[in-house]
Design a protein around this ligand. Structure first.
Ligand SMILES: C[S@@+](CC[C@H](N)C(=O)[O-])C[C@H]1O[C@@H](n2cnc3c(N)ncnc32)[C@H](O)[C@@H]1O
Length: 425
């Protein structure tokens, strides 16, 4: 029997969403998954170790279930925080946004290296950063104002308003970058000459920010209320070493980073550069650390990956095409090692009898089938987590399908997105 009632599309770019530049699973799907994983028991604790735009944690808060959402990309932690705003708080959004805009000071910083300069001209970069600083001053409590780094992404006292205003700034900044768009929506063209850098008058930057807050407010106001007794804990953390005690989580609803050379860091470059200007993130570091990064390091340790994965890796290593035996073999090996370390961590933190719903999509390397759902099932089995059922969802416009190289093979073999249900022995 199919345990879910909603045949929802999973990986869609959610144009009407708070942060539309990201594919995640739908709220309908997450609702079914969280209900199934917790058996509807509101006392249970749900984890999403790759929380992305925070759909799992949003739905858990809506259902009155405590949750934890981790992501290694600081941008996504802020997006997930924004998702935690209760509709009852929507009316404060615009008045506070006006105050943020009115108190923007012209940046006095004479920084020679302004990170946003790679995309915008100097004045525009400074104006965007000045707005970011004004947001910081208004949404971060006094005692935390001088703090930098991880606090922004861990302190509950500055969520979720901080998330909303940063996301409004991210979205409005994105709109100015349309002329740098490529056919791959996750990839912007870098201006090669100074004249190509984007210039936006200060007033336009501030107006765009306000209009984005207005759009988000409408979106949030139309949502189901949150159960405030159950707060989501959202933090910057690595799925390969979860900051949780053994057997401390009852249920997991998640979707791992895709294995199609999708560069999650590069996909959020403008946002990371804004945070870098604020001194709270570093684009290069974030990009290198995220799983599936093109800049993946050579893995140092060999973890059991299961027969399907070993077979695929052998196929890539022996493939006659250029760089298959070197770069592509190494980057796939690094991805699968990271995936296996993360699943080992999941096995450690899940309580015995705990349930997990994981969404994964297959892909192709050249003509070789990368059956990620099957690989995950085999790695999970090695970690005492048994697959009890899996089912396919309707194909959707996913981030994975964007990769042009893979599409040559995709035209004949449509990728399949699977929801896999597990239980820990
Ligand atoms: C497929 S997405 C998750 C989508 C999410 N289910 C949603 O609905 O938005 C995978 C996420 O994993 C994050 N990620 C990549 N490497 C990570 C790591 N080592 N630890 C934690 N998160 C990581 C990426 O930043 C990305 O947001």
């Amino acid at each position: 029997m199919r345990p879910f009632s909603n045949p929802a599309r999973i990986a869609v770019h959610k144009d009407e969403e708070v942060y539309p530049y990201y594919a995640g699973f739908s709220r309908l799907f997450a609702e079914d998954a969280v209900k199934w994983a917790t058996s509807g028991d509101r006392e249970k604790l749900v984890l999403d170790p790759w929380n992305g735009s925070g759909t799992t944690t949003r739905i858990a808060s809506q259902l009155g279930i405590s949750s934890i959402g981790f992501d290694l990309n600081p941008v996504m932690v802020l997006v997930a925080k924004a998702e935690q705003l209760d509709p009852a708080e929507a009316p404060v959004l615009l008045p506070l946004a006006s105050r943020i805009v009115k108190t923007v000071r012209k940046s006095s910083l004479q920084d020679a290296r302004e990170p946003l300069n790679v995309l915008f001209d100097e004045t525009t970069s400074k104006d965007i950063v000045a707005l970011a600083r004004s947001i910081w001053i208004h949404v971060v409590p006094g005692s935390l104002l001088k703090t930098r780094g991880k606090l922004l992404f861990t302190s509950d006292s500055i969520a979720p308003l901080a998330g909303i205003y940063f996301v409004a700034l991210f979205n409005s900044t994105r709109r100015f970058l349309r002329s740098l768009a490529t056919s791959n929506p996750t990839w912007l063209r870098m201006p090669s000459r100074a004249e190509e850098k984007i210039h936006v008058p200060r007033k336009q930057i501030l107006d765009a920010f306000i209009s984005e807050v207005r759009r988000i407010k409408v979106n949030i106001a139309s949502r189901a209320p949150l159960d405030k007794s159950q707060v989501a804990r959202l933090a910057l953390a690595d799925s390969r070493s979860l900051p949780l005690q053994a057997e401390s989580v009852d249920a997991i609803v998640t979707s791992p980073p895709y294995c199609t050379r999708l560069d999650y860091g590069r996909a959020t470059m403008p946002e990371l550069l804004i945070l870098e200007s604020m001194g709270v993130a570093n684009y290069g570091d974030a990009r290198r650390q995220l799983m599936g990064a093109a800049t993946a390091k050579k893995p140092t340790q060999k973890i059991p990956l299961g027969p399907t994965c070993e077979e695929l890796l052998k196929g890539i290593k022996n493939h006659p095409s250029k760089a298959s035996s070197t770069y592509y073999f190494q980057s796939h090996l690094a991805y699968f090692n990271d995936l296996a370390s993360s699943i080992t961590e999941i096995g450690r933190v899940l309580t015995p009898g705990g349930r997990m719903c994981m969404v994964a999509q297959d892909s192709y390397y050249k003509e070789l089938h990368n059956d990620l759902p099957k690989i995950i099932i085999e790695i999970a089995r090695n970690n005492g987590i048994a697959a009890i059922e899996s089912f396919e969802y309707k194909k959707s416009k996913s981030m994975c399908g964007i990769n042009k190289v893979s599409q040559v093979y995709r035209s004949v073999r449509t990728p399949i997105e699977m929801a896999i249900l597990f239980s820990k022995e």
